[in-house]
Structures are given as structure tokens and as C-alpha cells.
Design a protein around this ligand. Sequence first.
Ligand code: NAD
Ligand code: GLY
Length: 394
Amino acid sequence: MEVVNVGLGERSYSIYIDRGLLLECGNKLPSLFSPPYKGGVSGGVGRKAVIITNPLIRGLYGNLLENSLKEEGFKVHFIEIPDGEGYKTLETAVKIYDRLIAIKMERESPLIALGGGVIGDITGFVAATYLRGVPYIQAPTTLLAQVDSSIGGKTAVNHPKGKNLIGAFYQPKAVFIDIETLNTLPKEEILCGAAEIIKYGIIRDGDFFEFLENNIERLINLNEDVLIYSIKRSCEIKADVVSKDEKESGLRAILNFGHTIGHALESLTGYKKYRHGEAVAIGMVYAARLSLKLGLCSSEDYKRVVNLITIAGLPTEIPPHPPLRPPLPLLQKEGIKGRSKGGRGGFVDAIINSLYLDKKVKEEKIRFVLMKGIGSVELRSDISNELIRKVLTH
Ligand code: NAD
Ligand code: GLY
């Protein structure tokens, strides 16, 4: 088993990575608490544990996790929410609170998020707010959740006006990454995780990027050694960044490489055309192109990024005739006003407009994460709309 520590003082926790780890959850749980749970079997007896999941994942892995908890004496409850980003809402959170109140869930008992990033984000949000905070465990079952969303304590639900607008920073007690769960994950979802893994190489570790260049096909085909190493290295990089800047006052923003344009693409297409990782893949290509135009990276580095994303099987370009979702509350920025039209030109304008609606805009300046070669990035807020337009239309 691999273990990565997230160092955050008294809120520190471990990320465990192995095959078959869901079976170990029960016996690991009691020792995660301070003071550790005491009493029957290993401390679980008489204690409740609530697994939050969706029907699909419950059908695949619910029994495994439930049995592992029951063996340690935990009284297990399931709360199921419907599958999909559309249910990551306050309304769903309220339904979860209702159930927690109905089963008299008390402050010391854990919630366990069994699923992808949607389940992880909403469970973390409920954990942060129910009874002013209860412990929670992440048991991520998508590659994206295993290398990104389950780590670092960003919890959230969506608001009709935007993704993740309501949330809190609230760290889990532990993350249990069972790579066995990836065997049932559709290929497209594996690719989304791969996009975030590639991101870690670009932002922080040139050697890891090179490892991925040599092993991307093995990673996507779930070769055990490559998978475990890639998940571990990604977790180490995220843990290091989060432990230095938990609440994103600076450094943590580098984790958003590719996300600025990626988020705009997702939002403008109503979250229907692209999965998150696909939009991030395209966003990384444009961020790399912007870096090239600004002379921050060489054309060879730019080509390596495009090549790795391409051989991974991820998209690299916005399509010529992208579908727009119904009009956004567009900000009328200088140079954009009145320019929205159909086709790619209109879409590029809409992307630039949408960039100003991002949570990460500060004092009306769009913040880009740009690459300085491979393995290092910098934050820039001085990029003109003209240059963004040029890069998007090249
Ligand atoms: P997801 O949670 O929607 O899961 C994708 C699909 O895979 C779902 O249909 C799910 O039911 C299914 N699934 C999950 N595990 C499976 C398995 N083992 N086998 C078969 N099917 C399985 O999507 P995601 O990509 O995991 O997460 C996306 C969410 O994560 C978004 O809401 C995003 O905002 C959030 N996110 C959060 C952070 C953070 O730091 N908190 C970071 C990145 C993304
Ligand atoms: N996914 C970006 C972050 O956790 O900060």
C-alpha cells in the first residue's frame, strides 16, 4: 500500500492507495479519530457510519464497503442521491440533511463519500455544515476523484448561476483510493483523470511528464504499476501544494492550469458537450499556446504538451461550430460589446466574456496559469483580450 500525507497541522490526513482498499476501510476507520474510537471489535461497535453514494456505485461497491464496516461493528446507513452533476445542489444537500436528522446521526460518526467528484463534493459540503461539522472520509471511485477532487478539502454544491458557487474548505479525515474500482469506470472517464494527471506533470514535475510520455497508454489501460505510480505522484503534488496554500491565497491557483478556458468551455456548452477532463485538456493546449506566444515556453515544450494530450486520446481544439447554451449574463467588456455572433468567431467572443464570470477573476482581471517550460508555471493577470482572441482563433 502507498501512503501520501497531506500536512495541514491538526487537520493533516493520509491518502491510502492500493487495490482492494474498500475492504480495509472498516478496520482503518477507528484509528483515524483523535482520540481513536474505543470499544467493541476495534471501536466501531455502537457507532453509526453513513455511506453517501448513487445507485450505480452502490450496486457496484456498496456491499464491499458495508461489509468491511459491519465487520468492525459499525451500524451502516446508506444515503443515495441520483447520479449526475445536475444533482450537486443545495436541494440534494437538504435531502441528505433530512436523512441524517431522521437517523439521528451524531457529531462523532463519519460520513463516507463513495463515488466520483460529484459525490465527494456534496458529501464534503454536507459534512462541513451538518451540526457545524462532522468527520468525513473520501472513497473516490473515478480516476479524476482519486487524483484531484477527493484531496484538498474543496467542497461545494452548484448554484443555478454557476458551478461550485456554494461551498467550504473542509478537509476529510482520510482518503481511501481503491484502484480496483477503476475496472468498471468507462474509458472516457479514465481519460478525464488522465488529463488531470498530465496537468500535474506540466505544473510541477518535468520528470513525471516524461514518465507519462513513455507510459500514457499503459496508464489508460490500467497497468497496475503505472497506475499506482501516477496516482501517487499526482497525490503527492496536490498534497504539497495544498499544504502550502490550503485556501488558495496564491500557490494553489496553479492547480487550475488549463481550467480557465476549460471552465468557460464547459459552461458555454451547458456542461453537456464536454466532460470536465476533456475541457481541461483543451484548456491546457490553449494555456500552452498562450505561454508560447508570450515567449514563456519553447515551441518544443508546446508540441510535447499537445502531443501527450493527443496520444492520450483527449481533445485539443474547440470545434469549428460549437453549440452555445442559452445566453449567459454576459459582461459587456470593452472590445467585446456587440460582437457576439454565430459560428467560431461568436464562440470565441463568448469564451472571452465567460472568462470574466469565473470565480478566479480578481478586480476584473482574468488570472491565467501559464507554463514556463515543462514542470513549472506562473500566474499572470496581464493578458489582453486581443492575445486571448488570437490564441483561440490562431
Ligand atoms: P462524477 O462524480 O459525475 O462521476 C462520473 C460518472 O462515473 C458518474 O456517472 C458516476 O456514477 C460514474 N462512476 C463513478 N465511479 C464509477 C466506477 N468505479 N465505475 C463505474 N462508474 C463510476 O464525475 P467526476 O469526474 O468523478 O467528478 C466531477 C466532479 O468533481 C464535478 O462536480 C467537479 O466540480 C468536481 N471536482 C471537484 C474538485 C475539488 O477539488 N473538490 C476538483 C475537480 C473536480
Ligand atoms: N482542483 C483544484 C483545487 O483543488 O484547488
